[in-house]
Design a protein around this ligand. Structure first.
Ligand code: E4P
Length: 224
């Protein structure tokens, strides 16, 4: 399962890119506004693109097909390998269908049910993003929905890739991997949390102390 970072924060993307296992970025209007409400979106997106180089999903803001297609054309003119993030609404599916005909990849966002995921796949989406955290927030079992989607994808050999989105904690990453999602898009804080273990820290502390002891002993021998 691939890991993407779900942010528009340059420092976090820069750091994540160096870790070697983060292969893409997903953004949305809220993530961009959180960094700077006055942000120059084109400039920020191109900056992100130059940092990570892999997958980059950029979301449209229109809610009608024509507007979404216009925005998609503009984003693709910034960098041709862009993936266009389209909301899971009927007009969005129409836009996905048109984009697929032109060979422009789309990521259908705000998916909360299995039937929405099937519709997005059949309209020609390249990616379907299931929002796990937001489903859990309303007491729906997101891992059950994700498991259903993954099982159906296997059964029918559907071509779109399943993204586990709205990840809130490392357990969501494990659930996504076990279900068979192709990608989990993870906030920076959760990426860092997922790398930490108290026994790793305790082990490093013990190794450093023992190394210092050895150095001190060597110094004593040299000084004798
Ligand atoms: C990713 O594509 C989504 O925009 C994102 O994961 C939403 O996450 P949130 O529910 O934490 O806002």
């Amino acid at each position: 399962m691939e890991i993407y970072i779900d942010t528009a924060n340059i420092e976090h993307i820069e750091y994540a890119a160096k870790l070697g296992f983060v292969s893409g970025v997903t953004t949305n209007p809220s993530l961009l506004a959180k960094e700077d409400p006055k942000v120059d979106v084109k400039k920020r997106i191109l900056e992100i693109h130059s940092l990570i180089g892999g997958h980059l999903s950029v979301e449209v803001n229109s809610t009608n097909c024509e507007g979404m297609l216009r925005e998609a054309e503009e984003i693709v003119s910034w960098f041709p390998e862009a993936t266009i993030k389209i909301p899971m609404i009927p007009e969005g599916l129409m836009a996905v269908y048109e984009l697929a005909k032109k060979g422009i990849p789309s990521n259908v966002t705000l998916i909360f049910s299995t039937t929405q995921a099937i519709a997005a796949n059949n309209a020609g989406a390249s990616y379907v993003s299931l929002f796990m955290g937001r489903l859990d927030d309303i007491s729906s079992n997101s891992s059950e929905v994700l498991q259903d989607i993954c099982d159906i994808w296997d059964l029918h050999a559907y071509s779109s890739e399943i993204i586990a989105a709205s990840i809130r904690h490392p357990l969501h990453i494990i659930e996504a991997a076990k279900a068979g999602a192709h990608i989990a898009t993870v906030p920076y804080k959760v990426i860092m949390q997922s790398l930490k273990h108290p026994l790793t820290d305790a082990g490093i502390e013990a190794f450093s102390k023992d190394y210092e002891k050895m150095l001190a002993e060597k110094k004593k021998i040299i000084n004798v």
